[in-house]
Design a protein around this ligand. Structure first.
Ligand SMILES: [Zn+2]
Length: 486
């Protein structure tokens, strides 16, 4: 944000996050939810909205919603209702979306957002409600957007997939806070295992309500920004939108309430439509669906069975000596189960955390892999660390071995052996190389004999080169010193 904005203006942001649940079947029918089928093959009369078909709520999806509500400290409504949100769009065959309106399943709650300085900020949760996803339009020809396309196709495979919408209070005051909020919510969703929460693939989607006001002044008019499919887009869009609004107000114009589209390539927001009012949707209770009345003993059981949540995981890792930054990366990447499994095999917590943060998280990120897909067992990580500790592998060779293991070549010990990467820690095998290097570099050798300690570096380097980096450097050092000590 510009300097003027940062000092004179206050940013007010609330987020609406949609999470696609990883249930086996859709929200109100038995169609499978798995990704990638041929268009319009995962459909039935219910999700195609054919007359006479009857929806039935998916118990697994309700359970996921309650678990997220419990994790956020929401109140779980003893009775909640599904409403019809009426509007026309070709990707929605029923002409209404089943959603929740005045009585959502979960109300209130708090998300503690880490501020990056060891503290946290409490962001209010307004509600978590259930709804169903729409189909997907594909605009063919032109830019790929609807305007200028030759024609459009629609695929209803996604229509009816269960969604949760998590609405925050407008408590966020900067782009960084908004990003931290989304990252923390994603980490909670991953810890609960209710969605794979892939932002880029749309399994987690975020809309931002952004307004500006003079510091401490009256609230401004807000705009809703759509199409924020990465943490980076979210941050950039909020900063851009705040600047746009400040420029309008400073020029004496009014901010109009609008829905705007974030154009990642152009780096700006564009008008999508003037904002509809809620009443335009003509919400009414869906007469085909009974109210949701979750049993209190069921809710209590789900509460008792909640897994360790990200904040608690970070605290536990800190107590084990893992640096805060590494703990944040591991938790955000969903790699805690791998770490815990490695610790169970006796791995050193700090070493294990370092490997996951410095090597594995980046490796997975580059390939767009989700935590559950990272092909590294905790036992393999523990074995890799042990191989380094016992001197079989140098750190450098261990990185190569890790790549082999991640590529499916087997356990670290197996990869090291198959690729011939074991460190040479055998004195007998190294003595001949050391002697040869001393013979080849008499000047450097003489300097070491004369007490110039720095000269030994060149000799160690030559031995490492002759052994393709496999010699144990510490052993090489010792051998050179004993050979050259008179
Ligand atoms: Zn269906």
């Amino acid at each position: 944000m510009s300097a003027a904005t940062a000092t004179d203006w206050e940013l007010v942001v609330g987020l609406e996050v949609h999470v696609e649940l990883s249930t086996r079947t859709k929200m109100f029918c038995a169609c499978p939810t798995d990704f990638g089928g041929a268009p319009n093959t995962r459909v039935c009369p219910v999700c195609l909205g054919q007359p006479g078909s009857l929806p039935v709520a998916n118990r697994g999806a309700v359970e996921s919603a309650i678990r997220l509500g419990l994790a956020l400290g929401s109140e779980i409504a003893p009775t909640s209702q599904f409403h019809r949100k009426n509007y026309f769009y070709p990707d929605m065959p029923k002409n209404y979306q089943i959603s929740q309106y005045d009585v959502p399943l979960c109300s209130g709650g708090v998300l503690e957002v880490p501020d990056g300085q060891g503290g946290s900020k409490r962001v209010g949760i307004t509600r978590v409600h259930m709804e169903e996803d729409t189909g997907k339009s594909l605009h063919v020809g032109g830019s790929g957007r609807i305007h200028g396309a030759d024609h459009s196709l629609v695929d209803y495979n996604r229509a009816g997939i269960p969604l949760l919408e998590i609405v925050s209070e407008p408590d966020l005051r900067s782009a960084e806070e908004a990003r931290a909020y989304l990252a923390e919510l994603r980490a909670i969703v991953l810890a609960l295992g209710i969605s794979d929460a892939r932002l880029e693939e749309g399994a987690m989607r975020c809309d931002a309500n952004v307004s500006v006001r003079p510091r401490g002044g009256e609230p401004g008019t807000r705009c809703e920004i759509k199409n924020l499919n990465s943490l980076r887009s979210l941050g950039r869009a909020i900063e851009h939108e705040a600047e746009r609004q400040v420029a309008l107000i400073t020029a004496g114009e009014a901010v109009q309430q609008q829905t705007r589209h974030w154009d990642e390539d152009a780096g700006r927001t564009q008008l999508l439509r003037t904002k509809e009012a809620t009443e335009d949707y003509r919400y009414f209770p869906d007469p085909d669906l009974v109210p949701l009345e979750p049993d209190q003993t069921w809710i209590d059981q789900l509460a008792a069975d909640l897994p360790e949540l990200p904040a608690a995981t970070r605290t536990r890792l800190a107590e084990l000596g893992v640096p805060a930054e590494a703990a944040r990366t591991i938790v955000a990447a969903g790699l805690t189960p791998v770490l815990d499994a490695a610790l169970g095999e006796g791995a050193d917590p700090v070493e294990a955390a370092n490997w996951l943060t410095n090597e594995v998280a980046g490796w997975a990120g580059e390939r767009g892999l989700e935590p559950a897909e990272v092909p590294l067992a905790g036992a393999d990580l523990a074995e890799l660390i042990a191989l380094v500790a016992e001197g079989t592998l140098s750190k450098k060779l261990a990185r190569e071995v890790l790549e082999g293991t991640l590529a499916g070549e087997g356990s670290p010990r197996r990869v090291a052996s198959d690729r011939g990467l074991e460190q040479i820690s055998d004195t007998g095998a190294l003595e001949a190389v050391v002697d040869q290097v001393i013979a080849e570099q008499p000047d450097a050798a003489q300097k070491v004999r004369d007490g110039n300690d720095k000269a030994i570096g060149a000799l160690v380097g030559a031995v490492m080169k002759a052994t393709q980096g496999k010699a144990n450097p510490q052993l090489v050092n010792e051998l050179l010193r004993s050979r050259l000590s008179g």
